[in-house]
Design a protein around this ligand. Structure first.
Ligand code: GCO
Ligand code: MG
Length: 409
């Protein structure tokens, strides 16, 4: 057991640590007066210091002296109490506070967070990872390697003939999007992409057979009718999902896509609150909601989004790229274990160095992840190690069409 649950649980210290072990992470550390430490992830790729300042300048003074056990009340205070609601910076900051408080509650009660959420409804969390290649042979090799690692679901991205650089494929075939003192520029032309992708999926289905789950991310680049056409062209390959077909802020775009295809649709990695997706869910325009704990107000808010989704037959597919820190991943996995309408969980390996700063109990066996059973989130954040990896400014790429105009990245 952790400390006596009836003991005072006043928050005595709140600190924000920005570090860059292989890539940038923003971590919130909340300490109670009896020495219990909770941690939360506030990483917002390419805009890290905006969230760090929101936390240290605006939220930390509100937290010191509060009872760490009042998780929902704190969420309401920070969300409703700010007047300026929503948005990625605000909701990443609130998420970090929320997750840190769940971590503290777990530690003080001696329970892993998923027990506090009602207990596990599954033994493990099916994960998908990223295969990518500079051509189809390289993609196929990458895909096969992930199947050998045990994955049952794999996302496939490939360079597109006629375009120099595209989303999901790095210079060496792998992919880590944020880089550079200034943004990299990638190229785009929808016609080239639409011409290429159905053949890529045909080849993967042909090579790897009928049972592997195939995923693909269009990364918010198509118009609704283009997305409808792509979804229809992919129907023979029985995709697990087509992700982010159109720019995500336009919910009604999905009504048009839905009229044209039965390929399952997933969206949500850039959403911050239920107000970004309530129309998508209640109209059943999507099949998977992909918000991340770290960007959508923490466990407290994401479980509400998931509950709404459950009512309308929409399953979860939480965002899990390397820019969600191991703390954010662990929080997501605890929620994944506990919700009935779980679908799949993204898993992208963190860069080397990350494990020196964040030590987790996360395991991966035969395609399934588990966050472990240690009290709280089960993640140790080593502040001394973090200090050895100072922040480095990094940007996500910008996309330009072949005529030079800026396109959605
Ligand atoms: C995904 C996403 C990411 C984003 C990244 C941006 O599906 O994993 O599209 O790779 O590009 O999170 O910071
Ligand atoms: Mg994506």
């Amino acid at each position: 057991m952790g400390a006596d649950y009836r003991a005072s649980m006043r928050i005595s210290d709140v600190r924000v640590v920005v570090c860059s072990p292989g890539r940038n992470y923003v971590t919130l550390v909340v300490e109670t007066e009896d020495g219990i430490i909770g941690i939360g992830d506030a990483t917002l790729n390419g805009r890290e210091l905006a969230v760090a300042a929101y936390l240290s300048e605006h939220l930390a003074p509100l937290l010191v002296g509060r009872d760490a056990r009042r998780i929902t009340d704190t969420w309401e205070y920070l969300y409703r109490g700010s007047y300026w609601r929503r948005g990625p910076v605000t909701m990443a900051a609130i998420a970090a506070v929320d997750v840190a408080l769940w971590d503290i509650l777990g530690k003080v009660t001696g329970q892993p967070v998923h027990q506090l959420l009602g207990g596990a409804v599954r033994d493990g969390v099916m994960a998908y990872t990223h295969a990518s290649g500079r051509d189809l042979d390289e993609l196929e090799a990458s895909f096969a390697a992930h199947l050998d690692e045990g994955y049952l679901a794999v996302r496939a991205q490939c360079a597109v003939p006629g375009l120099d650089t595209v989303y999901g494929v790095g210079a060496r075939g792998d992919y880590e999007p944020a880089s550079g003192e200034l943004p990299d520029e990638e190229t785009w032309e929808t016609a080239h992409y639409l011409e290429f992708v159905p053949g890529m999926m045909a080849r993967l289905r042909q090579t790897f057979g009928p049972t592997v789950h195939l995923l693909h991310d269009a990364h918010h680049r198509l118009t609704p009718i283009e997305a409808g056409r792509l979804g229809a062209a992919l129907e023979p390959y029985r995709m697990f999902w087509l992700e982010d077909p159109t720019p995500a802020e336009d919910q009604t775009a999905f009504r048009i896509i839905r009229q044209h295809t039965t390929t399952p649709l997933a969206v949500g990695e850039v959403f911050n609150t239920v107000w970004d997706c309530h129309e998508l869910i209640t109209n059943r325009w999507i099949d998977y909601i992909r918000c991340a704990v770290s960007h959508a107000g923490g466990i407290t808010h994401l479980r509400r989004i998931y509950a709404l989704a459950e009512t309308y037959g929409v399953r979860t597919g939480a965002h899990g790229p390397s820019d969600v820190s191991p703390i954010g991943h662990a929080a997501t996995l605890h929620l994944d274990l506990a919700v009935p309408n779980f679908g799949v969980q993204e898993r992208m390996q963190h860069p080397a160095g990350t494990e020196e700063v964040f030590r987790t109990g996360i395991s991966f066996d035969d395609g399934y992840l588990h966050p472990g059973t240690a009290p709280g989130l089960g993640v140790v954040f080593d502040e001394e190690a973090a200090a050895r990896f100072p922040y480095q400014r990094r940007y996500l790429p910008v996309n330009r069409r072949l005529d030079g105009s800026v396109h959605d990245w």
